[in-house]
Design a protein around this ligand. Structure first.
Ligand code: ACO
Length: 392
């Protein structure tokens, strides 16, 4: 039976899941039933990752053991570092991350998906090594050798240290950790769906994460955080905001960092990220782009608010990362570092009751078409086929 076609699968349930909950009208996001505001205030990224993947908040001992395992597995193999040294420095760090995540499968590919120890090992390795790989590529492309992780630093402080070779300010490390918590999971978005489809074939978890990284990179998804900064750069000043918006409305181009398939109000993560940005500005100085961002939010609200177009998670995250001194093209890899937690939670949930994804399609092409021998084909035949919708 063929159902109604829904472009972008909008509103089509693709799974039963107890990992996260979004109410797009009220602006509510919960991980395993706990509001994101509570987690941002009281939890850490690793505790939140544990919650997402195992379904419950860990006890002190469980969290300590989990953190210890992750600390132990942070290093990456020399052969992976050497492989990354062969990547072009001009390549995008998301592509480097996708290739490196896939390469982990070469080293740890045993597919023992019924074995809880294998599952835990893969979870720990991916959470531990993805930040090290992002930081390694950053240093390699600058012509430096990657620095080793520091065992005395927590997850987020260690990542910022590996990136800049300097121990971060405690506020910077805490803010960064909250950013990771905020981006860790968001129901079945494009990259999570990609992870689930790949997981449903029972392939290894490194292939699952590599697929999801590839999907996250697009400008309509995680890649929008970079585009926001490019857009603020292009606007240049608060005075230019009305003209920029007018141009976007006239040319029907999307304003980056606004709009969401699910949220019809301001994304609750954007509200928290804006507060985090302000905390950083108070301590380290205001970002010149912040005033442009506020003016743009106000102008978009006036023009498009009635259509449910409001800031999404990507609108303010870039301003936070900029203040932390992170280069723009690392924003999306950082999103990936965090979202690995959600992807792994869905991978584990998918395995518990797996069925391979195999949707259907509504065929719009020709039937019983003749095979025209190559020497008899003409440009007119091809054009006729294109006109009939059989080729493009
Ligand atoms: N700027 C201007 N108009 C917009 C925007 C925007 N950012 N987003 C949606 N709209 C308008 C569309 O033009 C359309 O208007 P119409 O009905 O008059 O034609 C209507 O709102 C619906 O838009 P769609 O693109 O159909 O909505 P969809 O749910 O398919 O797309 C998406 C959601 C991709 C997030 C979209 O809002 C967008 O492209 N935003 C900009 C990119 C962005 O910020 N992406 C990050 C999303 S969050 C994340 O993935 C982590």
């Amino acid at each position: 039976m063929v159902g109604e076609f829904k472009p972008g699968l909008e509103g089509v349930p693709a799974a039963l899941s107890s990992i996260s909950y979004v109410d797009g009208r009220e602006g509510i996001l919960e991980y395993r039933g706990i509001r994101i505001e509570e987690l941002a205030k009281y939890s850490t990224f690793l505790e939140t990752a544990y919650l997402l993947i195992w379904g419950v908040l860990p006890t002190q001992e469980e969290l300590a053991a989990f953190e210890h395992e992750i600390r132990y597995h942070r290093r990456i193999k020399y052969r992976i570092r050497d492989m990354m040294k062969c990547f072009p420095e001009s390549g995008h760090p998301m592509d480097a991350l996708q290739a490196s995540a896939a390469a982990l499968g070469l080293f740890y590919s045993r597919r023992d998906l019924q074995n809880p120890e294998y599952i835990r090992g893969a979870v720990v390795r991916l959470l531990a090594k993805i930040p090290t790989m992002v930081a390694a590529f950053q240093l390699i492309r600058k012509g430096n050798d990657p620095v080793s992780p520091r065992d005395d630093l927590d997850y987020s402080a260690n990542f910022l240290y590996m990136l800049s070779e300097k121990e971060p300010d405690p506020l910077a490390a805490r803010v960064f950790d909250i950013c990771l918590t905020l981006h860790a999971e968001h129901t079945i978005n494009a990259s999570t769906f990609s992870a689930m489809v790949t997981a449903s074939t029972l392939t290894d978890p490194y292939a699952v994460i590599a697929s999801a990284v590839g999907t996250l990179g697009g400008p309509l998804h995680g890649g929008a955080n970079e585009e926001v900064i490019t857009m603020l750069e292009e606007i240049g000043s608060v005075e230019n905001v009305p003209a920029y918006l007018e141009k976007c409305l006239q040319t029907k181009s999307k304003i980056m960092g606004f709009g969401h398939r699910v949220y019809k109000v301001k994304d609750p993560r954007a509200t928290i990220l804006q507060q985090l940005a302000e905390q950083l500005f108070e301590k380290f100085g205001r970002d010149e782009y912040y005033d442009i961002a506020i003016a743009l939010e106000k102008a978009v609200e006036a023009e498009l608010g009635h259509k449910g177009i409001h800031p999404n998670v990507d609108f303010y995250s870039g301003l936070v990362y900029r203040k932390l001194g992170i280069p723009t093209d690392l924003f999306t890899p950082i999103f990936a570092i965090s979202r690995v937690a959600g992807w792994l939670a869905h991978w584990k949930e998918q395995l518990a009751e797996n069925r391979i994804y195999r949707p259907t399609q509504i065929y719009t092409g020709q039937r019983n078409a003749p095979y025209i021998e190559i020497d008899k084909r003409t440009a007119a035949d091809t054009e006729a086929l294109i006109a009939a919708g059989a080729a493009s």
